[in-house]
Ligand binder design. Sequence first.
Ligand code: NDP
Length: 278
Amino acid sequence: MTAQIIDGKKIAQNIREQIKTEVAKMSVKPGLAVVLVGADPASQVYVNSKEKACQEIGFYSEVHRLPETTTEVELLALIDKLNQDPKINGFLVQLPLPEHINEEKVILAVDPAKDVDCFHPVNTGKLFNGIAAGILPCTPAGCIELIKSTGVALSEKDAVVVGRSNIVGKPATMLLLQNNCTVTVCHSRTKDLAAKVRQADIVVAAVGKVGLITGDMIKPGAIVIDVGTNRVNGKLTGDVDFNSAKEIAGFITPVPGGVGPMTIAMLMQNTLNAFLKK
Ligand code: NDP
C-alpha cells in the first residue's frame, strides 16, 4: 500500500482564499507586522513568504528589517510602538535573534493580544489550560488541520510527538490532547524511539534530523506529519524518510509542501482572529 499524500500547499491555499474573501468585504484591513533582526538566510525566506501572503490576502502589512547590530533597547522600543499602533493587529519578531538580544525578554514584551506567533506565556498558558483563544501556535495548529484533512477522527488515537520544543513539540502535544488523542512525547533522551513511534496512529516529527523516522518505525496505516525542515545540498528535506515511510503509512505529508505552507496560513488566521478579537 502506498500512503495518500497530504497536500499542505493546497489546504493552506484554501484557507488563504477563505481569509481573502472575508477581508475583501472589510473597509479597514487587518494589519500584520513582521520584525527581522539581522540577515539569517532562512529567516529572510520566511519573512518574505509572510509578506507575500499578506499582500495576496489583502492585509495591511509592515516589515521591519533591522541591522544585526540593533540593541535590545532599540528592539524593545519598536515592540512598544507596535503594541500601541492601532493599524497593527498582530506582529511577530522572527527568531532566532542575534546572541546579544534576550529572546525571553522580547517574547514577554509583545502584547499577548497581538502575539500572533503564540509565544507569549499568557497565550501558551491558555493553551495549556484549555482556555479558548483566537490565537493558536501556528505550526502545531497547521499539523492538526493536516491530520483533520484526512477525515480520520482524532479521538482515541495514540499519537507520538517526536520533539519537545516550546515552538512545536510541546504545543503540538497540547493540541493533540485537546483533540482527545493519547499522547507520548519523545525527545533526545527517549529510550527506544522506534518502539514508541511504532505504536502511533499519528506521528508528528519535529526534530531537525534528516531521515530520523524510517518506514520500519511506522505502524501500518498511520498518519505521518513531518515538521522537519532540513537543508541538504540546498534542498529541503524532512525528519521522515519519505520513500520508506510512504510504503507503510496511510497518510503522509511531503517536505516541502506539507507543514510549511500551513504555518503561514495559520499565522494569517491568527491575525484575522486578533483583528476580529475572537
Ligand atoms: P528544536 O531544536 O528546538 O527541538 C528539537 C527537538 O528534537 C528537541 O526536543 C530534541 O530533544 C529532539 N531531538 C533531537 N534529537 C533527537 C533524537 N535523536 N531523537 C528524538 N528526539 C530528538 O527544534 P524545533 O522544534 O524548533 O524544530 C524542529 C524541526 O521543525 C526543525 O527541523 C525546524 O526547522 C522545523 N520547523 C518547521 C516549521 C515549519 O513551518 N515547517 C516551523 C518550526 C520548526 P531535547 O529536547 O532532548 O534536546
